[in-house]
Design a protein around this ligand. Structure first.
Ligand SMILES: [Ca+2]
Length: 727
């Protein structure tokens, strides 16, 4: 089923031009030979050039004004707010606490007036507070292509960018609430964006103002630069599209990236919101035609985006309401699309995307919703070693007699509306506990689907995927776990979806109307299985023509079935889809050459890899000998089996003449409860002991064990023993 009638490009609505400076900056000082250090503290005074640590300046902005490219500004802990007397950026409609044009600056927080040599942002919180009125930072390249901000150790909070952004030509958008990086590149480390807003203006004609980048907008940095975000937190930032008489304003989420290469590592996006504006009119106007909300955590319009070890949880996109057409909702956690047919790519690795929501707006015709965890349009995408868990997508409700909006792709929705190199490569990924629902109103069984994943009009190479416990609403039938469909429709398949699915698990899929199946391949598309397992689904595929006629399905004979896969702790609250020791599908991935698993553990353990995202390894255990003692620790190993273990037993094997442990007997299991470290005492020195840790579930079934570790206690501790770590 077609999700969207016709994809529109959002860019027309974007602010893309160089700022029109109707401003009073007469000259921008860009001197060679920077590299000086300037000092700022809340106890300081704005005088001189801030270059003495003994007499710091009072405002960051004053120090910025004194600075030349290459300078460093060290900022002591405290809260810094807007001060009009030092503001040199009168061209900004939303003024900023800190603003600069055409400089390369490093601004470092976390210092104190008694210690300017090492930063400690935790001990010396350094806060830029917009007081609900001002933008936090604006870094703008105007005459140069080298403008750059390196910022570390700050909290940027309570900032707001309220539309309009420009007066000539008039633009009602509100963008970059916490930070606006325009035609400049940025490096941020240890920065927290909290409770910032971008607010589109309410308008008296046409569409309401767009809102994007509640925390941060990175807009068209110089070609060849890559912006870098490390250990950055985006928490509770909100973008609100403005109301408009024809339709509400579009909203993009906390981080908005436009035409940029950005790498994000070890960062968190949580509880952010993109809410499109409402309208008392039809809800359709201009381009994009509807009041859409996109990318609650991260929204990308063209770029090269790399996400490593990123957590994206609890973010939302909410389409706008109107009378005729509800606004769409795309990518509750992450939304990425090309722009103007430019190359765009997304790489996600070792990341966790959970509990995000995409809900379309209500109207006579409910809006479309897609990809609660991730929505990708016309871009190359690679996803490795990541989890998409418990995300929820719902189409918009319709008023009496109108059509309910479709909801599709609870976890992941990948699509294209034009031909191109849009391959999706997905490896070692868990997609579990996600759901897709249609809005309320006049429903159709085909109006959405793919509780776990939708692949729509693109090629996808998927291997070692665990698709489990996804569901669709009671008025849907198309793919509880996986929906594969051509663009724009099975009746008019112009771009097929061609999917390879190898070494994967499709288990415990449920929900939907009576004919719903776990996998649906629609006519005009193809799916090739290469080994895998079905388990406990209400119906595995639509190969039999139910619920809809199938496209090409190959390799079905390579699939096996088991009653239970043997997950450690499936479903809420743990969503732990690692394999138990007694899983029947271990060693079934004959021929797989994928070198590792979702944990980064090597494959295979033993001679043949396991199906799905996890390779089952023995419980990792470290053992440290001491004087008549052995210190055991399996905390790290236990994390793999979290939620599944009811108790651990230690089994200690002793040689002849060796004293038994004080805590039990040789050869008899010692129940240590749920603790994940233990010290055996009373042992004999110079006698080898063999120790195994065994993990049991609540039913008393063994679900994991360590390898047997041989350790010899000793009192000759002349040197430090390194822990013996075994997988
Ligand atoms: Ca593993």
């Amino acid at each position: 089923m077609v999700l969207r009638g016709q994809r529109q490009i959002f860019g027309v609505a974007l602010i893309t031009g160089i700022i029109i400076f109707c401003l009073s900056i007469t000259s921008v000082p860009v001197h060679a030979g920077g590299g000086g250090t300037r000092y700022v503290a809340v106890t300081g005074n704005d005088s001189g050039d801030c270059s003495s640590a003994l007499s710091p300046c009072r405002t960051i902005q004053y120090a910025v004004n004194q600075s030349v490219s290459g300078d460093r500004i060290l900022v002591a802990g405290g809260t810094y707010v807007y001060n009009s007397t030092v503001d040199t950026c009168s061209f900004l409609q939303t003024r900023a606490v800190v603003c600069f044009v055409d400089k390369q600056l490093t601004i470092l927080g976390g210092y104190s007036t008694t210690n300017w040599s090492s930063a400690n942002p935790a001990a010396n919180p350094t806060i830029i507070d917009g007081q609900g009125t001002y933008r936090g930072i604006a870094a703008i390249g105007y005459n140069t292509t080298t403008t750059y901000l390196n910022m570390e150790g700050f909290t940027i909070q309570n900032c707001q960018a309220q539309g309009p952004t420009y007066l000539n030509p008039y633009d009602p958008s509100g963008v970059g609430g916490g930070m606006l990086v325009q035609h400049a590149s940025v490096t941020l480390r240890d920065v927290i964006f909290r409770n910032n807003r971008a607010v589109g203006q309410n308008t008296s004609s046409g569409a309401g103002g767009q809102a994007d980048g509640a925390a941060l907008r990175i807009e068209e940095p110089p070609v060849g630069t890559t912006s870098l975000l490390q250990r950055v937190v985006f928490d509770s930032n909100q973008s609100y599209g403005g109301a408009g008489p024809a339709r509400g304003g579009v909203a993009f989420g906390a981080l908005f990236i436009y035409k940029a290469a950005v790498t994000i590592e070890d960062s968190v996006f949580t509880n952010n919101l993109a809410q499109a504006g409402n309208s008392s009119g039809s809800g359709s106007y201009g381009n994009p035609p509807y009041a859409e909300a996109l990318g609650g955590g991260i929204a990308v319009e063209q770029g090269t985006i790399v996400l490593r070890r990123v957590t994206v949880t609890g973010n939302q996109v909410m389409g706008g309401n109107a009378t005729q057409y509800g606004g769409g909702a795309y990518g509750g956690g992450i939304f990425v699309e090309d722009f103007g047919n430019r190359v765009t790519s997304l790489t996600i690795s070792d990341s966790y995307i959970a509990n995000n929501i995409a809900m379309a707006g209500s109207a006579a015709t409910g809006g479309n919703a897609a990809g609660a965890g991730l929505c990708v349009d016309s871009s190359a995408v690679t996803i490795e070693r990541s989890q998409f868990v418990s995300n929820y997508v719902a189409g918009g409700n319709s008023s009496a007699g109108g059509k309910a909006g479709p909801g599709a792709g609870g976890g992941i929705y990948i699509f294209a509306i034009r031909s191109g190199t849009f391959n999706a490569t997905i490896r070692n990924v868990v997609v579990a506990g996600n759901s897709a629902e249609q809005g309320n109103g006049v429903t159709q069984l085909g109006n959405g689907g793919g509780g776990g994943i939708v692949i729509h009009g693109v090629n996808a190479d998927m291997s070692h995927i665990t698709i489990a416990h996804n569901r669709i609403g009671s008025n849907l039938v198309l793919g509880q776990g996986l929906l594969i469909q051509p663009w724009p429709s099975p009746q008019n398949p112009q771009l097929p979806a061609i999917v390879n699915l190898g070494y994967s698990i499709i288990a415990d899929q449920n929900g939907g109307a009576s004919q719903a199946s776990a996998i649906v391949v629609q006519q005009g598309s193809a799916l090739t299985f290469n080994k895998g397992v079905f388990s406990n689904n209400t119906k595995d595929t639509n190969a039999d023509g139910i619920p809809v006629p199938p496209g090409t399905i190959n390799g079905l004979s390579t699939m096996q079935s088991v009653p239970s896969v043997g997950f450690v702790a499936p479903g809420s609250p743990h969503y732990n889809y690692h394999l138990r020791l007694d899983s029947p599908i271990k060693d079934w991935a004959v021929g797989s050459s994928v070198p590792n698993d979702i944990d980064g553990h090597p494959r295979p353990y033993g001679s043949v890899p396991d199906l799905g995202a996890d390779e089952h390894w023995p419980l990792s255990l470290s053992a440290l000998p001491g004087d008549r003692t052995i210190r055991l620790d399996w905390t790290q190993g236990a994390s793999v089996f979290s939620g599944g273990v009811s108790r651990y037993d230690l089994l200690v094997t002793c040689v002849a003449g060796a004293d038994p442990p004080a805590q039990g007997s040789c050869g008899v299991p010692i129940n240590v409860g749920t603790q994940t470290n233990f010290t055996l005492t009373g042992l004999s020195n110079s006698k080898p002991y063999t120790v195994t840790v065994k993990a049991y579930d609540a039913a008393g079934t063994l679900i994991a064990e360590s390898v047997a570790v041989s350790v010899t206690p000793t009192d000759t501790l002349y040197y430090l023993y390194l822990p013996l770590v075994l997988k």
